[in-house]
Ligand binder design. Structure first.
Ligand SMILES: Nc1ncnc2c1ncn2[C@@H]1O[C@H](COP(=O)(O)OP(=O)(O)OP(=O)(O)O)[C@@H](O)[C@H]1O
Ligand SMILES: [Mg+2]
Length: 404
């Protein structure tokens, strides 16, 4: 009883220290694993869908380790073009490649005695993975263009929303690296699997926004809270946080009802009609059951599942697009005519589905988001619900490079 009490108190203290909100079994379990693993030097793998708190947990793992006070270097493996990633990680000597006019110290050297957080590690090119494995096993690496081996003392934390087990089975991720990273694996749940934490999260984000803007906080009605609990939240806690900040800001902290919320739920979502969709899985990606019938039926079954997952992707994309348009419309009083015209043309495109040319549609959406986020590719990718690497690919495929 005593030790249970102590463990519970510790879990709560850690959550408070690192602003981890949630009282569900899922969150407490992840925090318990964090407490066990953080003080060790073991590599840590944190997985979960986008916006589930991987970076929050990575920061907490560093903050709870003996390396606290030493560097915490965060590298987004998907945001750095493949050709640059190795020189960023390991550094390079002068003249190592065209354009290497100076010597450069890589992130591993900078982070010596501290932690390297490899975000979106599932997107790391296979060649770089071999070099990472060497650092993990011996702490050794060489700068590009050098033959001198260097040694560092770093702890590695990797995070991804990809299924590395599957990626390694498909040969896209080195299995030896996967096993090495997987020593401790914290799985962060999607928000829809711990919807009971939504009221706490809403209160937290709403109060914080009110504090920042110096507004009185007047809470959410029970019905409004039920609506929030029933949404599928494909963007998880990040999406919830953004929505709450928007609602509180635009309504100046007033008591939030379902009628107010309605304006912030994109029409693409079933809950726009404010009904309980707790048991409607259509927007959720679930672990599908394996079908074990005849090969023909199995093929049909798999095709259906693929169609369903395509549909989920499209819905998710439309959801993000709707959020973008809604945002732009709300700001339309203060934006210039050019942006308003652009919003209109995207709306026209969406309405005119007969003429819908997917490529043109994608092009317009990307141009629109690039303007909105002033060319910040990470924010553009986030707002569209795609990885930065996919965004780069699309920009290149759609010949948009010269525009930004
Ligand atoms: N348990 C939590 N309590 C409070 N805030 C949280 C929690 N989890 C995440 N957040 C907040 O949600 C946002 C997204 O979290 P974070 O950046 O850690 O997600 P992520 O899993 O790294 O997402 P991505 O895969 O897109 O990089 C941040 O603003 C973070 O502060
Ligand atoms: Mg992240």
């Amino acid at each position: 009883m005593d030790s249970y009490y102590n463990e519970g108190t510790l879990v709560n203290e850690i959550k408070k220290t690192f602003s981890i909100i949630g009282n569900s079994y899922e969150i407490d379990n992840a925090v318990r694993l964090l407490i066990q693993a953080a003080p060790t030097d073991l590599s840590l793998l944190i997985t979960g869908e986008t916006g589930t708190g991987k970076e929050v947990f990575a920061n907490a793992a560093h903050g709870l380790s003996k390396r606290k006070g030493k560097p915490f270097v965060s590298v987004n493996c998907a945001a750095i073009p493949e050709t640059l990633l190795e020189s960023e990680l390991f550094g390079h000597e002068r003249g190592a490649f065209t354009g290497a006019v100076d010597q450069r110290i890589g992130f591993f050297e900078t982070a010596n005695k501290g932690t390297v957080f490899l975000d979106e590690i599932g997107d790391m090119p296979i060649g770089t993975q071999s070099k990472l494995l060497r650092v993990l096993e011996s702490g050794e690496f060489t700068r590009l263009g050098s033959s001198q081996t260097k040694k560092v003392d770093v702890r590695i934390i990797g995070a991804t929303n990809k299924d590395l087990n599957k990626a390694s089975a498909e040969g896209k991720f080195r299995s030896d690296l996967f096993y090495r990273l997987n020593t401790v694996h914290i799985v962060l749940p999607p928000l829809r699997n711990h919807a009971q934490d939504i009221p706490l999260l809403v209160e937290h984000f709403a109060r914080r926004t009110c504090q920042k803007l110096n507004l009185p906080y007047q809470g959410f009605s029970d019905d409004a809270m039920s609506v929030l609990r029933s949404l599928p939240w494909p963007g998880n806690i990040r999406e919830l946080k953004n929505m709450i900040e928007k609602v509180i800001t635009f309504h100046k902290g007033e008591h939030v009802t379902p009628e107010i919320l309605r304006n912030y739920i994109p029409p693409a979502l079933p809950a726009f009609e404010i009904r309980n969709i707790e048991h409607d899985n259509s927007l959720m990606t679930l672990n599908e059951p394996e079908y074990t019938g005849t090969p023909e039926l199995s093929l049909i079954f798999r095709t259906l599942l693929e169609l369903k997952s395509d549909l989920t992707e499209i819905k998710r994309f439309m959801h993000n697009v709707a959020v973008l348009i809604e945002d732009m419309n709300r700001k339309s009083d203060s934006v210039n005519m050019h942006s308003v015209e652009e919003v209109k043309s995207i709306e026209d495109l969406m309405e005119n589905t007969e003429d819908l040319n997917l490529e043109e549609f994608e092009k317009q959406i990307i141009q629109f988001a690039m303007k909105k986020y002033k060319g910040n590719r990470r924010m553009v990718a986030e707002s569209l619900g795609i990885s930065v690497r996919t965004l780069y690919r699309k920009i290149s495929a759609l010949n948009l490079e010269n525009e930004f």
